[in-house]
Design a protein around this ligand. Sequence first.
Ligand code: G3H
Ligand code: 13P
Ligand code: ZN
Length: 330
Amino acid sequence: MVHYSELGLVNTNELFKKAIEGKYAIPAFNFNNMEQMQAIIAACVETESPVILQVSSGARKYANQTLLRYMAQGAVEYAKELGKNIPVVLHLDHGDSFELCKSCIDSGFSSVMIDGSHFSYEENIALTKQVVEYAHAHGVSVEGELGVLAGVEDDVVAEHHTYTRPEEVVDFVTRTGVDSLAISIGTSHGANKFTPAQCTRDENGILIPPPLRFDILEEIEKQIPGFPIVLHGASSVPQEYVATINKYGGALKDSIGIPEEQLRRAASSAVCKINIDSDGRLAMTAAVREVMATKPGEFDPRKYLGPARDELKKLYSHKTVNVLGSAGKA
Ligand code: G3H
Ligand code: 13P
Ligand code: ZN
C-alpha cells in the first residue's frame, strides 16, 4: 500500500476551491502512454497550470495500473526538472466498482471517480457512499455522477442523454459525501457528439451544435452553491485534426464537438474540472498519419510519436490558456 502524498501528488480539494473562486477549470487529461504524459506535463509546466492526470479502466488494462502510478510519480519529478513544481492529481476516471476504487486508492491515486450513473438512484447513492467512506479515510477525493451522458465509456454505451435532475443534487451530495459532482447537460463522450441533423449551419455552412443546457447548470448551482461541478465529454473536436486525418487516409465522419466558447462559459461557473480525452486522440492520430503518409521510409517510432507528442503539447497548452483559464494558476 502506498499513499499518494509519498508520490508528491495532491488531492483535488484545494485546487477546486481556488478554481471556483478564480472562475477557471482544472484540466483533466486522460493518458495511456509516455508520450501523452510527457506532453501533458510539458504543457502544464510551460503554462503554469495545475493538472489532473486521468486513468480510465481501459487505460489500466492497456498500460497496467502499477506502471501508470509510477509514471504519475515520475510526472511530478519531471515537472520539477522542467522548472515548476505544479500540483499534480492522479485520478481514476469512471471507476465502476468499490473494489476498483479501493485498488487505485491503495496504489497511490489521489482522487477517484465512482460512476454509479448507470445504476438506479438509490444504488448509485449506496455505492458512492461506500467509496467515499474508504477514500476519505485515506485523504482521497471522490467524484460522483448524476445523469447519464450519451456515448461510449469503456464497455458502457448510452444512446441518449439523461440530463441531471437539479432536484436530486442536494440529496445526492449530502447522503454520499462526495467532493465533486459530474453532471449531464448535453456533452457526450467521443468525437461524434452530435449528428449533423441535430445542428444548424452558420452563414459559411459550418455546423453549429445545439448549446449546452446552461439553464440546468444554473439550477444545479442554485441548489448547491459553490459545490465543485465536473464536465465530462468536453472535447471540442478541432476540425483541422479531422481534416488532416481524413487527408492522410482516415475515415472520420460527422465528428462534431463542444464549441470552445461554451467551455469557457462553463469554466467561469462552478464547473471546476473539465475532462478532455478525444481531442488528444485526434491530435496524436493526425500527427502520426501525416508522418506515415509523407515519409513512408520512416520506421523509427520516435519519428512519428515525437511529432505526435509535439502536437499534443500544443493542444494542451491551448486548452489551459485559451479555454479553461487554468494557465498561471499553478
Ligand atoms: O470517458 C471515457 C474516456 O475518454 C476514457 O476512454 O475508456 O477508452 O480509455 P477509454
Ligand atoms: P471526450 O471524449 O469529450 O474527450 O471526454 C472525455 C471524458 O469525459 C473522460 O472522462
Ligand atoms: Zn467521462
